[in-house]
Design a protein around this ligand. Structure first.
Ligand code: 5GP
Length: 318
């Protein structure tokens, strides 16, 4: 009699290399994976080692992967070991990323998942967003941020920003109305959840490039965002591509200027931190070593999101 198969599918939120693992009970029996891989968990009988196989690969035998409990324990032990490390602030996550149960979300009429571009300032997210909206402004929309700074001559309320008082903005921040906010030169700036909601509810494609801190509030069953990481290429490529683009003035026209080495290093450092903090939530990655190619890839991804059934956290599908 055939045993009923487990239906558990998970997205792996960490990397596992069985060759590096001193505790695996059975050498060569591990199933290696990287962050983002989808696995079919076939047995959770053992408390430390689950058995899983790669999703879609029915012929392959199951392999061993660390159970959720084992991985949590390992991460906690590693954190304790480096307790005095100054980078401890990086660990301000509520949950330890292990596995996330997933299910397939089928495209449905009248609903478009927001496309969220995450990445360090200067990587080119603004330009990618602008080009996508330019492709079809009746279809792709972005939100207008709020700010407490004074309106400049020529600026229109509701076009560049919604201009509000600092008191009003602080009140709304405290009430949890902002997906993200930040202070820049003494003024508050932020994106309101309600603005995303009205674009989504109008059946349009919302395109966002928020601060990565917004992911915590965006990544919900309500919004079901598709999160794309815009990654800078390695230093030399980054420098070369940006200088070339600057010379041709095709790169981020709104902000076209030469970067220096320190700024390139800053972009790369910031990218590393974003990957460390939020990498387990990325649905896709675009390396922006060439703006035209990066944009092509973005368009392909957006078409895929519109047309295909994709894995999402299982509570989003209920
Ligand atoms: P400006 O005052 O020149 O229009 O914008 C200055 C800066 O405000 C921008 O470069 C950006 O860093 C920040 N900013 C603009 N909109 C937003 C937003 O929606 N959220 C956050 N956190 N910062 C913003």
């Amino acid at each position: 009699r055939q045993k009923r198969e487990s239906k558990v599918r998970v997205r792996c939120l960490f990397n596992f290399d069985s060759k590096d693992d001193p505790h695996i009970p059975c050498k060569d029996a591990g199933l290696d994976f990287v962050k983002g891989d989808i696995l079919h968990v076939v047995s959770q009988d053992d408390i430390y080692w689950w058995q899983a196989r790669r999703e879609g690969d029915r012929t392959m035998r199951a392999g061993l992967i660390p159970s959720r409990a084992l991985q949590e324990r390992r991460v906690l032990m590693a954190r304790t070991a480096e307790n005095d490390n100054e980078e401890n602030e990086d660990y301000d996550r509520e949950e330890i990323p292990t596995y996330e149960e997933v299910a397939k979300l089928y495209p449905r009429q009248g609903f478009h998942r927001p496309i969220v571009l995450i990445g360090p300032p200067g990587v080119g997210r603004n330009e990618l967003k602008r080009r996508l909206i330019d492709l079809d402004p009746s279809k792709y929309k972005t939100t207008i941020p709020y700010t407490s700074r004074a309106q400049r001559p020529g600026e229109v309320h509701g076009k560049e920003y919604f201009f509000v008082s600092r008191d009003k903005m602080e009140e709304d921040i405290a009430a949890g109305k902002f997906l993200e906010f930040g202070e820049y030169k003494g003024n508050l700036y932020g994106t309101a959840s309600e603005n995303v909601r009205s674009i989504v509810n109008a059946g349009l494609h919302c395109v966002l490039n928020p601060h990565s801190q917004a992911l915590k509030m965006l990544r919900t069953a309500e919004f079901k965002p598709y999160i794309i990481y815009v990654k800078p290429p390695p230093f030399e490529v980054l420098k070369y591509s940006r200088h070339k683009a600057f010379a041709k003035s095709t790169f981020d026209e709104s902000n076209s200027r030469a970067f220096n080495d320190d700024e390139f290093n800053e972009i790369l450092k910031s990218a590393e931190r974003i990957e460390f903090m939020y990498g387990h939530w990325f649905d896709d990655t675009i390396i922006n070593d060439d703006l035209a190619k990066a944009f092509d890839k973005l368009v392909k991804i957006v078409k895929k999101v519109e047309a295909e059934a994709l894995w999402v956290p299982s509570p989003w599908v209920q």
